[in-house]
Design a protein around this ligand. Structure first.
Ligand code: UD1
Length: 340
């Protein structure tokens, strides 16, 4: 069975991808420094999978430790998630973001070259499009200046990966541009577990509904959108995780290629629509206050996903309602867990 290195595999998307990999007969090896995750996630994975996936506590910027990891395993491919991802934090502490996000990617590529691991799935983001001129965005849409250092790190890493693939015959890479991943595993045993105050919308909604936060602040209600709030393309994390497994097939069939794929639902929802949908599907009330716009937010973006549908033979199966119900089930489970 093929071993897949999953850097950042204890994170939100990484852990769901581990579940999908096991379901397709791969052996995932998680490499994570647990800077934004903890044992509760790997315990949840163990319950879902029936066994504890191999997990190595490692900082992926540590090239010596990464060399040893590659030497100890014959990896077939790498799925590289390990990165910081809070847009606002990247504005206030940009060097932390450039150091971590660029260096982890560089070290992964150097190890792949040294050990002849020829397939890479890179965790990118729709943030590389900046505020697009026309919607929906396709993979051919121009990459505008990103609105945050986080966005720049994703753009630079995409270039780093494709330059590497051009220079190294036989290697291939897929740049998966995520829109807004939400939801949780249907078992309610795995989901998003942010440290401190969540910066993403759905964890903030569920924590507010659970009474852990007094109210949700809507960041801006004066945007040029039908209800004045920002529009995003929300995709269930299980659908998103499945695309990574499909991407492994594409990489094997396409040596020498480095291509981007949009991964979204293919339609936009406003912040208000997400809150209303959550209240409707869960029956929970979410107290809301209106606030100013958040630095680094784009007004609206959603994806054209035809390329991923065709090339990866991948389609979303779960909608926003399922995602929000699953996220609420996960929040209720988290409430029963001890602190990390
Ligand atoms: C951004 C990136 C996305 C990236 C993610 C990582 C863009 C377009 N998207 O997502 O690619 O993967 O960061 O974290 O750059 N909101 C509130 N109140 C809150 C929290 C959020 O109103 O308390 C609003 C935001 O203003 C935004 C929407 O909810 O309009 C979604 O925000 P969030 O979940 O943080 O994700 P993005 O910033 O869209």
């Amino acid at each position: 069975m093929k071993k897949i290195l999953v850097t950042g595999g204890a994170g939100f998307i990484g852990s769901h991808t581990v579940i999908e990999l096991v379901g397709r007969g791969f052996i995932p090896v998680i490499a994570d420094n647990f800077s934004n995750s903890d044992r509760r996630v790997t315990d949840g994975l163990t319950s879902i999978l029936g066994h504890r996936p191999e997990t190595v506590m490692i900082d992926c910027t540590d090239s010596g430790a990464m060399e040893r990891l590659f030497a100890d395993h014959g990896f077939h491919a790498v799925i590289h998630f390990a990165a910081f991802k809070a847009v606002g934090e990247s504005v206030t502490d940009p060097l932390r973001y450039y150091r971590n996000n660029l260096l982890t990617t560089q070290v992964v590529l150097e190890c792949m070259r040294t050990y002849g691991v020829r397939h890479l799935v890179f965790s990118s983001s729709c943030t590389v499009y900046g505020q697009p001129d026309s919607l929906p965005v396709t993979e051919q849409s121009p990459l505008k200046p990103p609105v945050s250092p986080y966005g720049y790190t994703k753009q630079v890493c995409e270039h780093m990966v494709c330059d590497f693939v051009s220079a190294e015959p036989g290697f291939s890479a897929g740049l998966l541009r995520y829109f807004n991943p939400v939801g949780a595993h249907p078992s309610g045993l795995n989901g998003e577990l942010p440290y401190g105050v969540p910066s993403n919308l759905v964890p903030f909604i569920t924590q507010t509904a659970a009474g852990l936060r007094p109210a949700l602040t809507i960041f801006g209600s004066d945007y040029a959108t039908p209800d004045g709030t920002c529009i995003r393309d929300y995709i269930h994390v299980t659908d998103l995780a499945g695309a990574h497994v499909r991407a492994l097939d594409w990489l094997e069939a396409n040596p020498g290629k480095c291509e981007a794929f949009n991964l979204g639902q293919g339609r936009g929802h406003s912040v208000k629509e997400v809150i209303d949908t959550f209240e409707r599907v869960t029956g929970q009330h979410v107290p809301v206050v209106m606030g100013p716009r958040r630095a680094g937010d784009v007004e609206q973006i959603w994806a054209e996903v035809t390329k991923a549908n065709r090339a990866l033979n991948w389609h979303t199966e779960l909608g926003l309602e399922v995602a929000l119900a699953d996220a609420w089930r996960w929040q209720q489970y988290v409430n029963t867990l001890p602190a990390p």
